[in-house]
Design a protein around this ligand. Structure first.
Ligand code: NAD
Length: 355
């Protein structure tokens, strides 16, 4: 395994590894950039096939958090952590306490929140060993940021529909949602409440049945969901769903979903653009969760939080317009905007230090 020359390294400030023999914890914490503030990001637990896969994932996710927080106007840097293991069979209390110790040892450079494979209850266990955790407030959803992520994706879909079709009206619009877990379920609920027809697929039959029975989602086979002839495809399962083959098979004009790092490679963004598909940058679209975590940390009202999440719709509209004007990918425009905010943050810090 190489670290500094890993393909996704991209100048990370900190990458640190933990092996705790007693609990069996094997974990990595990555801090990509802390120009705008302490690095805040989820702690993912996944049975990675190799250490290299785990490193690649944490580096890509952590970099994504830098861009996500910068674009959302948050005083936070980008970081992420991964625990190597199966959350269904290997997640024990002693492992989570050891993870709490590992987070604590970073002295606040990294703040952990829930992610795929971990939940609010797990973060509470870690909090027995560290204050550097977030997203456990007793709000309507018990601290779970997923409903806020879903709200942001729903608003982003409105912006994308408006950009392409000239109206935010969702009645008559068809959407295919891949993954009906924490985010996909609430996204489908918003869309159906507004009159959209939602097709959904999930490998987990309990999650699929819940969305079908409670919301009226139309069940679809997982292998077909990304190539349905719908207006919008919303990937809300795992990353790297867009590659040469899936882009060729795509029949929707808009892609707008919650999954992180949806493009398997930068080349796939160009392929989507060449096919005339409006690809909404994932790190812009799915920022509702981290905005929620921020407002939990500073104790904001629900109204303030909702209004901040609402900015996702306007930011995306601006990015899509600029991309059209310049005939460039929205992904690249959004990355450049985030880099501008980072540079402004670095200048402001230099100025402060000089005064
Ligand atoms: P989740 O684990 O609750 O739900 C994901 C669902 O996708 C599960 O029900 C799973 O069975 C299903 N799934 C996995 N592979 C599938 C496939 N090939 N086809 C169909 N279904 C499949 O996760 P979540 O919290 O809803 O997050 C969804 C995505 O959004 C993830 O990529 C996550 O990183 C990203 N995201 C989540 C949040 C958040 O607040 N939860 C914030 C930002 C980004």
């Amino acid at each position: 395994m190489s670290v500094f020359s890993a393909p996704a390294f991209d100048g990370h400030e900190l990458v640190t590894f933990c092996c705790d023999k007693r609990s069996g914890l094997r974990a990595i914490i990555a801090v990509h950039n802390s120009t705008l503030g302490p690095a805040v990001g989820g702690c993912r637990m996944f049975p990675y096939a190799s250490d290299d896969d785990a490193l690649h994932d944490v580096l890509r996710l952590s970099r994504g958090m830098t861009y996500k927080s910068a674009l959302a106007g948050l005083p936070m840097g980008g970081g992420k952590s991964v625990i190597i293991g199966d959350p269904n069979s290997q997640k024990t209390r002693s492992l989570l306490l050891a993870m709490g110790d590992f987070v604590n040892a970073q002295n606040g450079r990294y703040v952990a929140a829930e992610d795929s494979g971990t939940g609010v209850a797990d973060i509470r266990v870690m909090s027995e060993r560290t204050d550097w955790v977030s997203g456990m407030d007793e709000n309507e959803y018990g601290g779970d940021p997923s409903p806020s992520t879903a709200l942001g994706v729903y608003l982003a879909i409105r912006a994308a529909i408006s950009h392409r079709l000239g109206s935010t009206e969702l009645r008559g619009i068809t959407v295919a949602v891949q993954g009906l877990g924490h985010v996909g379920y609430y996204l489908a609920r918003h869309l159906i409440a507004d009159g959209a027809t939602v097709y959904g697929a999930d490998l987990n039959s309990a999650n699929l049945n819940r969305a079908v029975n409670e919301l009226g989602v139309i069940a679809t086979e997982p292998g077909k969901i990304l190539r349905l002839p719908v207006d919008v495809v919303a990937p809300c399962a795992m990353g790297a769903v867009w590659n040469r083959r899936s882009v060729e098979e795509l029949r929707a004009g808009i892609v707008c979903g919650a999954a992180n790092n949806q493009l398997a490679s930068a080349r796939d963004g160009a392929l989507l653009q060449d096919r005339g598909v409006l690809y909404c940058p994932d790190f812009l679209v799915n920022a509702g969760g981290i905005i929620d975590v921020h407002h939990q940390r500073i104790g904001s009202s629900a109204r303030v939080k909702r209004s901040h999440i609402g900015r996702i719709e306007t930011t995306l509209s601006g990015v899509l317009q600029r991309a059209d004007q310049l005939q460039r990918q929205p992904q690249l425009i959004a990355e450049e905007l985030a880099e501008e905010y980072l540079a402004q943050g670095a200048n402001a810090a230099l100025l402060k230090a000089a005064c």
